[in-house]
Design a protein around this ligand. Sequence first.
Ligand SMILES: [Mg+2]
Length: 319
Amino acid sequence: MAHELSLLAHIAKIASGQSAAFPRVLLGPGDDCAAIATPRGDTLLLTVDQVIQGRHAPSPSRGWTSLNNAVDHLSRDELLNLYARKAVARSISDIAAMGGEPWCGLCSAALPADFPPDASRVLADAIHHWGQLWSCPIVGGDLAAFAPAHDGPLLISLSVIGLSHGSPVTRAGARVGDKVFVTGTIGGSLLANGLGRHLTFEPRVREGAFLRRELGPDLHAMIDVSDGLGLDASRLATASNVGIHLHAAQIPLSPGVREVAHAISDGEDYELLFCAPHAPASLGDTPITCIGEVVSGAGVALLGPGGQTLDVSKAGWEH
Ligand SMILES: [Mg+2]
């Protein structure tokens, strides 16, 4: 969406009085999740995300009624499984970005008018499967089909409720002098045929919880990289009222990715970007790399090996 950033700013503005009117709203729109206080003192994390056919996942080349070769050699049902996986994983990734634990989810879907009933069952089974796998049971939802005269693409909306053990880790706490770290590797998540790691990534729940435990109050700010390392780093910098310097040579590129400038605007990496004075070098198989530092000022600058700088605050995908 071309105007996503200005719309998000507008929503943040109209919601800015919420916490005063409803003290249970600890955190409204503008972070990876909202945070809500319960009367017993727990903190719930709430998030919702969509997967829209043709936008967040490729369309089957022969439509949903044909079982074979939906994309390349992937069958229709294999493709539906990837839709379901991504829908669940995207929302869980937002819980991970706050250092939280997924607790349960709700799913609603809008189906194309000619969507076959057996495909609906495959989709429902797959959403249930991925929820179970990531300890996030899908406990309800809603299903509707487009009217033939007003048909639309397959659309899955997935809400997840999480638990925060202590204060949620927001985007707003980065301090000048912090180092900037990222889990995993960056770039190349979307292949030319529409498939790729953006459909098969592992949400970094374990890593988010580990960082929170390991670093405690030193974990100052965190976000998941959904729209591009440059754009998401800039969101974190803006929320924290600081600037960020990224070092091009230190950014861990995914296999086959050559250009840093391209990688940081690719998006859909779903890695965790966080700011802290220090961090462990890895968690199991997941590398953790220092890619820059927090500085005074604003925006995100990419520093090249020759000392040249590039403003990458807008390097990402608005959608
Ligand atoms: Mg996010």
